[in-house]
Structure formats: C-alpha cells, structure tokens
Design a protein around this ligand. Sequence first.
Ligand SMILES: [Zn+2]
Length: 267
Amino acid sequence: MSEPEFSSRNPPPSNRQLLILLAIFGGFIIATIAALWFLFEQLVWLIPPQFEQQLGRLVVPAFERQAKPSATQTTLNQLLDGLETHLDSKQENREYQVLYIPDSTINAYALPGDRIIIYQGLLSQVESENELVMILGHELGHFAHRDHLRGISRSLFIQTILSLFFPNVGSLESFAAALSSAQFSQSQEKQADEFGLTLLQENYGHVAGATDFFERIKAEEREDKIAFLQTHPPSQDRIKRLEKLIQKRGYELDKRSPLPASLTTLD
Ligand SMILES: [Zn+2]
C-alpha cells in the first residue's frame, strides 16, 4: 500500500495554517470566558450587602410569616449575636437574624437578606450548644463568602435590577422560588464548614461538637429522608474533612456546653 500524499501528521500548509488559526481563535474564546468568570468572581466582593438585602425582600417575607417569635427564637438570636462578635469588620453592615420555624423539617439554611432559617425538626435533634453553634457558623459562612450572589445567574441579576427600577414588573415568583431553593456547590459547602469550625474554635477555645450533628443523622441511617441532606453534601464526607482539618490546625476537644434551657423545651 502506498502512503497518501499528505499524511494526517503532515497536512498541507494551507490546512495547517487553518488549524493554527482555529486554535488561536479557540484559545482566545476560552481565555475571554475565563477572564470574564474571574472578573465576575471578584465583582461579587464589590456588591454591597444592601443588594443582598434587596434580594432578601423577595424571599424573606414568606418565611417570616411561618416563623414563630418565641423564647426559642430569642435564644437562637442571642447565640448568633455572640458569634457575630468574632466576625471581621467586613461584615459590619450585615443584619444577621435567625427565623425559627415550628415545623418538623430537619433543616437549616441561609436565605439572602441575612436570615438563617432553623426548623424545629433540626433543633429537636441537637444535643449541645456547641453542635448548634457549628450549624449557625456554617450558615454564617455562606453569607461571609457571598454564596447567594455566586449562585445566581446573570439573568436573574438583571431581573432583580429591573425590579428595583420597575417594582411592578411582576413574574418575580419564579425568581423567588429559585432563590430560596438555591443549592450551593460542594466547594461552597466545604468552605462554609471550615468557617463554622473556625467560629466554633473562637467561641469556645475548642471544637467539641463540630461533627456531632452529622454523626447523629448518619448513625440514624435516615439520610435520604432528611431535607438537610438534600441541600448539603453527605455526612461521611463532611465528618472526614472536618476531622482532618481539626488535626491539621491542632484544635482541641473539651467539654460540650449544654443547650440553653429555652432550647431544650421548644415552643
Ligand atoms: Zn450549607
């Protein structure tokens, strides 16, 4: 068999030039996308918290209606205030607040607008103050890292900006639903766990209780039924990662603090 005149290894010069042009063009497109992505990531830090609070106005009222102002909610907010003293000055303009919802759902999450939702179902599982502080710290981590803003696509941004200028533009319900069901990426969850662990250490001088909640729901083998796990990574992965981090940072474990009285009998 004779070789073709031009093997694929050695295309004629015109083809090769075309390939080089295509490669340059492709590279240019990829570099532009990467640059825009990087820029977008950096822009997140320039967006004032007021913008997030504006976003919150679309979703928070529905949760406020379900929330129960009670001794439980007051105590949760006192705990949160204590944690806020450890936050850096970048977060001075935030208005963090817990909304306690008396519902059996086992979940907690951060809503845009500086609100942390805690359901009775989750609270009734928690056995120490440390464990609860870890959960609150994790949610504060989502705010500190501006995770809500990162999770929202640009089109939703545009819709929000429009709504600021044209409040009656309507069709915001689907947007609100997208916002409140927003799932964070694995790496965002990992960073929020790290943030929670750091706050736990700063609050107590040790990190006992860091993995308690995940251990409990894992042990109960009910993972698939727990809403918390539909919005968060598997417990086993988180426990392993946290244990590694505790070892690496040389954190110590000490006695857990009991839950405040108003959190043992929930109202
Ligand atoms: Zn999370």
